[in-house]
Design a protein around this ligand. Structure first.
Ligand code: ADP
Ligand code: MG
Length: 232
């Protein structure tokens, strides 16, 4: 029987990725695999090249030059720090933008309910809070059923309490829909709380790659989180 290679090949495969802008090298030989359904957090100092790597994966890096091997699925969605909703379209229209088919609006409604925005289909983006707008952006991504969700500091502009709510929501959605996730963040706690694996970008390369496996609760959880912080 022919082997189904798709079941063993990773969702993302990056080898020796180099990216530079006119004056400056940013990525200097990045190697990274992300497996199906894996939730990976990409940590790194501001300016370390996290967004450059994410943009390379999303094929949004026209300004950079470089080389290397890059394999990513076609079905990917990107969420940015700002929701980037079209202000002249209502919430549901933003969610299903560009999609076609009879049942699309129903799927959009369902996605909005999943991000706890059922009933806000006809609101305008300006009527929503920052956290609600990010939830619309998440719904817009999920309704496309991505195999890979790329998120670039998606909660960076939100207050701490809203952020915790978004963490719970994103983790739950990732378990239900099971895309591979690459979450870019500079927040160590966020990375440890959400991800199965934390990779650290430093000096243009992956400097650390750590499995998280936090216990669900109890004192062991706290000890493990502290232990992980020491390794970063
Ligand atoms: P991070 O997301 O980790 O904060 P970035 O990937 O945005 O870092 O940026 C990495 C480096 O590349 C920074 O020094 C930044 O100034 C530079 N850079 C990013 N985008 C561009 C661009 N379009 N043109 C020139 N330099 C850029
Ligand atoms: Mg960035």
């Amino acid at each position: 029987m022919a082997q189904d290679t798709r079941s063993v090949s990773p969702t993302v495969r990056v080898r020796n990725l180099v990216r530079r802008f006119t004056l400056k090298g940013v990525l200097n030989g990045v190697d990274l695999d992300i497996q199906r359904g894996e939730f990976v957090a990409l940590l790194g100092r501001s300016g370390s090249g996290k967004s450059t790597l994410l943009r390379a994966l999303a094929d949004l890096d026209r300004e950079a030059t470089g080389s290397g091997e890059l394999l990513v699925p076609e079905k990917l969605s990107v969420v940015f720090q700002d929701a980037r909703l079209l202000p002249w379209k209502r919430v549901l229209d933003n969610v299903v933008l560009g999609l076609e088919g009879g049942e699309v609006r129903e799927r959009g409604r369902k996605a909005l309910a999943e991000v706890e925005l059922g009933g806000r289909e006809n609101s305008w983006p300006y009527e929503l809070s920052g956290g609600e707008q990010q939830r619309v952006a998440l719904a817009r991504s999920l309704v496309r059923q991505p195999e890979l969700l790329l998120a670039d500091e998606p909660f960076g502009a939100l207050d701490a309490l809203t952020r915790i709510r978004m963490h719970i929501l994103l983790r739950r959605l990732s378990e239900v829909h099971n895309p591979a996730v690459l979450l870019v963040t500079h927040d160590v706690d966020e990375a440890i709380e959400l991800a199965d694996r934390v990779v650290v970008l430093d000096d243009g390369k992956i400097a650390a790659d750590i499995a998280v496996n936090l216990p669900q609760e109890g004192r062991g959880r706290h000890a493990r989180a502290l232990d992980l912080r020491r390794q970063l």
